[in-house]
Design a binder for this molecule. Sequence first.
Ligand SMILES: Cc1[nH+]cc(COP(=O)(O)O)c(/C=N/[C@@H](CC(=O)O)C(=O)O)c1O
Length: 401
Amino acid sequence: IEFWRGVPMGPPDPILGVTEAFRRDTNKYKINVGVGAYRDENGKPYVLDSVRKAEDILHSQRSDKEYLPITGLNDFLGLAAKLAYGPDSKPLKENRIAVVQSISGTGALRIGMEFCSAFYPGVRAIYLPKPTWGAHPAIAEKAGLSIRRYRYFDEKTMGLNFEGLKADLEDAFDGSIILLHACAQNPTGVDPTPEQWKEIEEIIRRKQHLPFFDMAYQGFASGDVDVDAFALRYFVEKGHQVALCQSFAKNLGLYGERAGTFSMITSSPEERERVVSQLKRVIRPLYSSPPLHPAQLVATILGDPALYAQWLGEVKKMADRIIDMRHKLYNRLIELQTPGSWEHIKSQIGMFSFTGLTPEQVDILGKYASIWMTRDGRISMAGLNDHNLEYFAENVSKAIK
Ligand SMILES: Cc1[nH+]cc(COP(=O)(O)O)c(/C=N/[C@@H](CC(=O)O)C(=O)O)c1O
């Protein structure tokens, strides 16, 4: 019997498939601005010194390889929550935040959405911004939540469609789950200003929506971990029982280590216990318990004042290099008299820039210039450097003319 004769070939992942195309490309000028992974000024993956030092410390400790609890490594959970919510967080001090270790940000999203699918008292739908990170819809569906969208990006201004966003949050059922990118919105690179966040918070409070934060770039957007956590902490201060998906893939460069947390603010330590007990029942049948090494790595860095300070410097260096590339790319495109206004390359923030290139232009750049990006015209700014910027700008300019 041929069991799998009926299995069709699945399409390549819209984001990770770009890297596969890049790898197959033999052109020596090829450029990968697809996947959101930091590259240094020589286009190489960057392992932070603070991570290397933590590796050495862990190696010297020769710790055992026992199972972690379903919820993960306790030290890691406390330190990660403190980084996200801030050392002075009231609910943290009152022991009201349920925190579990996750398989990076993706795992946190899955755990959180499965929990909501099982226990959310309101409509079991999640509102995702339009556009949003490519994997959000599939994770929500697998977790059992139906999907609704809210307007987010304005193609005309290449900025925030603030009026549309507010209208959609107003029109949503009271008590809907609203997914919010805490900073460095993916794929647009457009974030609400602090004032706009305050207006968004007022609507979400009045409508009693659940703010479901995805924070995959804390520190990586502005270079400052507290600045990037502004929206999250503002909602918490205003009394929202937020849900938070935290990833250390980008800001600690731990892409393949899969370090992250899922957390929820509850109303009491007793309720926290009940919520944790049910989060464990989501995790156990999924992967039973999380990996030891990434949690020990992050805990070593966040728990050691010298390593923590060194890390803050390194995450700022990564953010600064990206901001530098934004300005250089903008200047070059203008010098090349590239049609259109390119302010958005500078005003957008974080890993990505939403260029406005059409899918056809993206295909041409891949095919004829070996420049690889996702078809929505998003570019991962870290893929650019002083060696390939000229080639990139020239070809983008040509593709548009
Ligand atoms: C907003 C957002 N949330 C979660 C994740 C998941 O990251 P994790 O590695 O599970 O911690 C990513 C990854 N984004 C980049 C990589 C990818 O697509 O997997 C990207 O957009 O290129 C996000 O951009």
